[in-house]
Design a protein around this ligand. Structure first.
Ligand code: TXA
Ligand code: MG
Length: 354
């Protein structure tokens, strides 16, 4: 069923609350509102309303065993929905509000639909003012996955959400482009007070270790799940963030990468292809690969710009009919690990080491 989607552009010169009252009413009455966060846009509904959560799965085309993150406006609100612990508060003091999601044992107040049938619940307290004000005005935690159709990259601008969700949600709040551009870091808390990193993001393993908390990096962060292996996070088992054409990650110096690209496209008679290149390599590739479309990824050392542009580049590239996209393999450490994790998925784990 197609619904009428209202698009609300936030005017930063006007008080925020008045601009979000209608959105809060929609959430309270069980509707869907897409809103910006500091990571990516979310597709929100009342987390305590099972029917509203079902609407999220339908709008995204998402399997209903893939649980939703519940968004709260202050860390202590987690008490109503999860069994918190000391490690949660140590993380919260340092990183909340901010781009961190913590998996905790759930309370019955969170419907099974919201948590995809699991006994745990994912809790996040976003920093973005539009997000936190909307949660506060709604008076309920907001369940929100990324506001993309299942299988396409997370949206980092309102236009991305408009492209994916028009006709599927009641309202889209346009709050400009998201600060970071990759989804939150997700950790689960273990009984021995260590945490397992399930999805890398802006808050890195080293940031958490610096608090004296041991961090175990789940295998699926860097590798594909082995046959029969059970995903620690249901999202790990689904194909994610992948453009429709082939994506190849090149772990190589630019000279070797260019040789490989030339041979690859010539050997296969490929006429239309793209290269995602670090700024300092753009000139080199443009000179050599005369018919390639080159996307500027930002400077090699500037992971923040790369994080900010990755999903937008993938979305733009997906609109062209490239036969293949070549991209550099980021170093799997620090914020680079978040890029690495998204890019190996976009490339269906196709890494060429030269
Ligand atoms: O930055 C973000 O986290 C964004 C914004 C909107 O907050 N949200 C987001 O949600 O990325 P989503 O649904 O696209 O990704 C959440 C991931 C999914 O892979 C899901 O499987 C996992 O978190 N997850 C949710 N609840 C879980 C739980 N109880 N146990 C394990 N994994 C869980
Ligand atoms: Mg998502």
């Amino acid at each position: 069923m197609r619904i009428d989607t209202k698009i609300v552009r936030i005017d930063s010169g006007m008080p925020l609350e008045a601009q979000l009252l209608d959105a809060a009413e929609i959430i309270k009455s069980g509707g869907l509102v897409a809103f910006p966060t500091e990571t990516v846009y979310g597709l929100g509904a009342d987390a305590t309303n099972s029917d509203a959560a079902m609407k999220i799965y339908a709008a995204k085309g998402r399997p209903s065993d893939n649980p939703l993150i519940i968004h709260i406006s202050t860390p202590t609100e987690a008490e109503g929905y999860a069994h918190t612990c000391e490690v949660y508060y140590r993380l919260a003091r340092e990183f909340m509000p901010g781009p961190l999601t913590v998996i905790l044992p759930a309370r019955e107040s969170v419907p099974r639909t919201t948590r995809g049938g699991l006994d745990t619940v994912a809790v996040r307290c976003p920093e973005n003012k539009i997000a936190s004000t909307l949660i506060r005005l709604s008076g309920v935690p907001i369940a929100a996955p990324s506001a993309n159709r299942s299988g396409s990259p997370s949206p980092t601008s309102a236009q991305h959400v408009i492209d994916d969700m028009t006709g599927r949600v009641d309202m889209i709040i346009d709050g400009g482009s998201c600060d970071f551009g990759l989804e939150s870091t997700i950790v689960s808390v273990n009984p021995d007070e260590s945490v397992t990193l399930l999805r890398p993001g802006k808050i890195t393993a080293a940031d958490i270790t610096a608090l004296g908390i041991e961090v175990i990096i789940a295998d699926a962060v860097k590798d594909r799940l082995r046959d029969g292996e059970i995903a620690l996070s249901p999202g790990m088992k689904y194909r994610h963030y992948a453009p429709s054409c082939e994506v190849l990650l090149l772990d190589a110096e630019k000279e070797k990468a260019a040789d490989f690209i030339l041979n690859y496209v010539k050997g296969r008679g490929i006429a239309k292809y793209a290269v995602i290149a670090y700024s300092e390599d753009v000139g080199f590739y443009t000179g050599l690969l005369t018919n390639a479309y080159i996307y500027n990824f930002g400077e090699k050392a500037d992971e923040m710009t790369q994080a900010h542009s990755l999903f937008d580049i993938l979305r733009r590239a997906d609109k062209e009919d490239f036969s293949v996209i070549f991209a550099p393999l980021p170093p799997a450490e620090g914020i680079g690990l978040a890029l690495y994790n998204r890019m190996i998925r976009a490339a269906a784990h196709k890494i060429i080491r030269l």
